[in-house]
Design a protein around this ligand. Structure first.
Ligand SMILES: [Zn+2]
Length: 291
């Protein structure tokens, strides 16, 4: 529109169409780049913060280039909800499990139902499971018990595990290294440990997933870890509705913002966005067995 009007209105701007054309070429390149498909490997779409506009959130994610969203359960009731959402939206897959916060009250019946739920063809992982020594909402001994039982389940069902580790780096590494849990595949979600810990986990075959905090200005240490972790081991996630990346920090997070995490990883590593988008998608497809 601008090009043709300017061209007709003023011969003095004879070269304007060419100029606009080259800008459009640049724009097309950006749009091309936008088409790179990505994946949010960790979201909580069942959260009540999405009650008003869940469908719009999924539509926006799709329009931003997301191919899949892994929606992660925290307890039995949210695990049932993530199953329902996986049935409702074709791009949404499910992870089921008990978060360390919810370790209290877990019994054999809960594990039996999780096992039953895991038979659904859209369940791609066990999670999130792990240890949280920051909030200590459940006694640590109980957290460990529930964590170990779910690692056993993951192993038995041959499902990868999504691990939550908050200020429990030593215990998490020790558990994953122990002989009985060798061979389990998985990811350390929203990684917050040192590079040494990342290395130990990668040696065991685990992926390292980065979320919004990697974009925060005060996260130099985490950015340094990301610079050293090979792209072959990296996943990207949002942990929506939490951990909103810059420049939207403070607002509700949603899966389309995983683009900002991918962009940050690309910037840290000095790689094109597209390369990181493609590789993180490929890594996630391998881990979660997505076609
Ligand atoms: Zn989470």
């Amino acid at each position: 529109m601008l090009a043709s009007r300017s061209y007709e209105d003023s011969r003095g701007f004879f070269y304007l169409p060419l100029y606009v054309e080259s800008c459009w070429g640049g724009m097309m390149a950006i749009l091309e780049e936008d088409k790179s498909q990505i994946i949010d490997t960790h979201a909580h779409l069942d959260d009540e913060k999405f009650h008003e506009d869940r469908e719009d959130v999924v539509t926006r994610a799709k329009e931003t280039g997301l191919k899949y969203i892994i929606n992660v359960g925290c307890d039995l009731s949210s695990s049932r909800k993530v199953m329902a959402l996986a049935e409702e939206f074709s791009m949404v897959y499910a992870a089921i499990g008990i978060h360390p916060h919810d370790a209290q009250g877990v019994n054999e019946g809960v594990f039996r139902e999780l096992k039953e739920l895991s038979k659904h063809n859209k369940v791609v992982a066990f999670g999130e499971i792990g240890l949280d020594y920051h909030y200590d909402f459940s006694p640590r001994e109980l957290q460990r018990e529930v964590f170990l039982s779910q690692l056993d389940l993951g192993k038995e069902l041959d499902l990868p595990v999504i691990i939550h580790d908050r200020e429990a780096h030593g215990d998490i590494t020790e558990v994953l290294k122990s002989k009985c849990y060798r061979g389990i595949r998985g990811v350390l979600h929203c990684f917050s440990g040192s590079y040494e810990m990342a290395k130990e986990c990668m040696n065991l075959g685990y992926y390292i997933s980065f979320a919004g905090p990697i974009t925060f200005t005060n996260s130099r240490r985490l950015q340094e870890v990301a610079s050293k972790v090979p792209l072959d081991f990296i996943l990207a996630e949002t942990d929506s509705p939490y951990l909103t990346p810059e420049p939207y920090r403070g607002k509700r997070n949603e899966p389309m913002n995983v683009r900002l995490v991918v962009e940050k990883i690309a910037e840290i590593k000095g790689l094109p966005y597209q390369a990181v988008a493609e590789k993180t998608l490929e890594n996630a497809k391998t881990l979660f067995g997505l076609s």
